[in-house]
Design a protein around this ligand. Sequence first.
Ligand SMILES: Cc1cc2nc3c(=O)[nH]c(=O)nc-3n(C[C@H](O)[C@H](O)[C@H](O)COP(=O)(O)OP(=O)(O)OC[C@H]3O[C@@H](n4cnc5c(N)ncnc54)[C@H](O)[C@@H]3O)c2cc1C
Length: 287
Amino acid sequence: MPNFDYEAPTSLESALEMLARPGEVRPLVGGTDVIDQLKSNRRNADIVIDLKRIPELLNIEANGSGLRIGSAVSCTDVHNFTAENGGYPALSESADLVGSIHIQNRASVGGNVCNAAPSADTIPALLIHEAIAHTVSASGAREIPLIDFFAGPGQTVLQKGEILKELVLPAPSANTASAYLRFIPRNEMDIAVAGVGSLIEVDPSSGVVTKARIALASVAPTPVRAYAAEEFLEGTVIDAAAIDETADLAVGSAVPITDVRGSAEYRKELIRVLTKRTLNICLERLA
Ligand SMILES: Cc1cc2nc3c(=O)[nH]c(=O)nc-3n(C[C@H](O)[C@H](O)[C@H](O)COP(=O)(O)OP(=O)(O)OC[C@H]3O[C@@H](n4cnc5c(N)ncnc54)[C@H](O)[C@@H]3O)c2cc1C
């Protein structure tokens, strides 16, 4: 393990002062990604700043306008909170898929986002629920639509000294359902070969989709929205033929690589299957 200083501030103000120090300053929450990255020299650090003791970052709350998730809230707490409060089923099920119970107890959804793995399970769910990343640094605050937060595999648009403070999701309207599914070759503790999050809002009297959001994991250098599929589905009566067409269009937004987990063609086929399945789950949830 390389040498670095370790700080565990108890206020956001002191964290921001530490984050602005010279050198490689690296935030840590659960450490489930960053500790291994430091050990294997894939990331370096002069100072590691543990954000877990900062009250504002541990807050999770929902009201009529939406859901706020502090960046240090664990996957377990996000899963439990959203399971109880409803409205964000895709997020609830994605937080429940990360690693194992032990990993979920340590790992934060904010860390999943900031680690920026194309395969990260919570990101498609956050994207379809139109999350906004609220960031903070010594020089001010920013609000970044989550789709603009990723700059490449493992890369975000965060500047030096800037951290994710919270994720803010608008309240879903009535007649909305969402779902997230991924494919891994075993039951747990594996990285998604491909993942799909879908959200639809359907007019109950006509069956017409009034809003569609589809996001894909593990099929591009960053998580992506399937815009062509969304545009096709909006304004369409949702039935088996429309779901087939939507799934074909979603495949067009995937630009996967071939690696040890699967070939590019296999990943495209997974996107087709998972898009259909998530849309059918949404319909079941709306029934
Ligand atoms: C055994 C195992 C299984 C796993 N399985 C899965 C899985 O199934 N699905 C999946 O998606 N992931 C999986 N992961 C990856 C990991 O658990 C998640 O990415 C996790 O959510 C990261 O959260 P963390 O709090 O541990 O982040 P950390 O490791 O503490 O941080 C991750 C990165 O984000 C940065 N960071 C953290 N918080 C902030 C912040 N507030 N502002 C700015 N930067 C910040 C850190 O500097 C670091 O670069 C697994 C990991 C392990 C070890």
